[in-house]
Design a protein around this ligand. Structure first.
Ligand code: BGC
Length: 381
């Protein structure tokens, strides 16, 4: 049963911001709660929705960027605690932060030289990462307010978020109607369904940019986490982190995670690709055909026993080890986020696909519907 409750603050019309102080989930009952999370400088109100399942797992999602701001999952002893990095309040998210938990669009990861050609026409995008475009440009989907509708499905509590990106926004063609549905399932999964339609030929590559530390945000680095990625190949990059076009076998390289291996085991090796990424910041080509929800990765944190599996319909996974975090950002509870204090597993099509005809296509045409699904499944052992 789903119900929505405004906090007293919101009922009284108080326009202050809420901090991330969540009531512990009551076991045995799933629900969705809505509270005011503050206002943007232009006054636009931002809400925080908290989805809870009957086991006690909670997902906090805000309408600014559709970002996951908290995610509590069980450890070996059944203790639920937060496993994602984020800021303490909305004001924190309005400072330059590296996409914590946000929906990324229109194009996840990089488009080389901030341009691409479609149907013979060159589209110029803002360059926001040296000469390239990263995560949709200067004002990507992470910096827009999404319209939210809470509900429930057979699988659990849902939060539907919609945003329509105007024709030409950040240089991309076509009015793009995007819908992202988060479902917190009864089986301790956060499921994300992305759909989009367009009225002109365009390109699209949506993902979520959650930063995970299964020992807790601000609890040291993630080098002891054990990672398996179901990929025999990855896409090596140039100095600007643009894929060269090669699909390189991982065998015999520090990129081989086909057997579960500690993130830190090889990250410091004298390897050209690790140096270019300042660690892992690459696109793994998943061992699958297109379509179908298949297991892409599994991560185990040995101290707490927490396990996260990633399942996706997408062909690839960006595994990023928080190489650009440097301890200066203070997140939830004022805790600094050190270098490699989190990892991201961004399910996606390959970076720079619009300029790489041999890569799986990211084109979307009018009349077609873009639809991808990714599931983050949590347990402990
Ligand atoms: C990119 C990184 C980038 C990070 C945060 C990742 O998806 O691959 O290079 O630093 O996002 O912006």
């Amino acid at each position: 049963m789903s119900y929505i409750r405004w906090t007293t603050g919101a009922l009284l019309g108080v326009v202050t911001f809420a901090c991330l102080a969540q009531a512990p989930a009551k076991k045995g009952k799933s629900d969705v709660k809505k509270q005011a999370f503050g206002n943007l400088p232009d006054g636009a109100p931002i809400e925080l929705y908290t989805l809870s399942n009957a086991q006690g797992m909670q997902a906090g999602i805000m309408t600014y960027g559709g970002a996951v701001v908290s995610l509590t999952v069980p450890d070996r002893g059944g203790k639920y605690a937060d496993v994602v990095l984020g800021m303490q309040d909305l004001a924190g998210y309005l400072t330059p932060v590296p996409y914590f938990g946000a929906i990324i669009g229109r194009y996840g990861n990089r488009i080389g030289k901030a341009q691409f050609t479609l149907d013979g026409k060159v589209f110029h995008l803002p360059a926001n990462d040296a000469a390239n475009t990263l995560h949709g440009g200067l004002k990507g989907f992470d910096k827009h307010v999404w319209k939210a509708t809470a509900g429930s499905s057979a699988e659990g509590e849902t939060l539907e978020l919609t945003y329509t990106s105007q024709d030409g926004e950040e240089g991309f063609p076509g009015n793009l109607s995007a819908k992202v549905v988060y479902t917190l399932t009864a089986k301790n999964e956060l499921k994300i369904d992305y759909t989009a339609t367009t009225d002109k030929n365009t390109v699209v590559n949506l993902t979520n940019h959650s930063y995970f530390n299964l020992a807790g945000p601000g609890e040291g680095d993630i080098l002891q986490h054990q990672v398996m990625i179901a990929a025999d190949r990855f896409t090596p990059v140039d100095a600007g982190l643009i894929p060269t076009g090669e699909l390189r076998p991982v065998k015999g390289t520090p990129f081989d995670f086909t057997k579960s291996t500690a993130i830190g085991a090889r990250i410091g090796q004298d390897d050209e690709q690790l140096k270019l990424g300042k660690g892992y910041d690459h696109n793994w080509v998943l061992n699958k055909g297109s379509g179908g929800l298949t297991k892409a990765a599994e991560v185990h944190e040995p101290q707490t026993g927490r396990v996260m599996q990633v399942w996706t319909t997408e062909p690839a996974l960006q595994f990023y080890t928080g190489n650009f975090l440097d301890g200066t950002l203070k997140g939830k509870g004022g805790k600094p986020y050190p270098r490699r204090g989190a990892f991201c597993m961004e399910t996606q099509h390959y970076p720079d696909s619009p300029n790489k005809p041999a890569f799986p296509s990211t084109e979307l045409k009018p009349g077609a519907t873009y639809h991808t699904t990714t599931v983050y499944r949590f347990s402990a052992k």
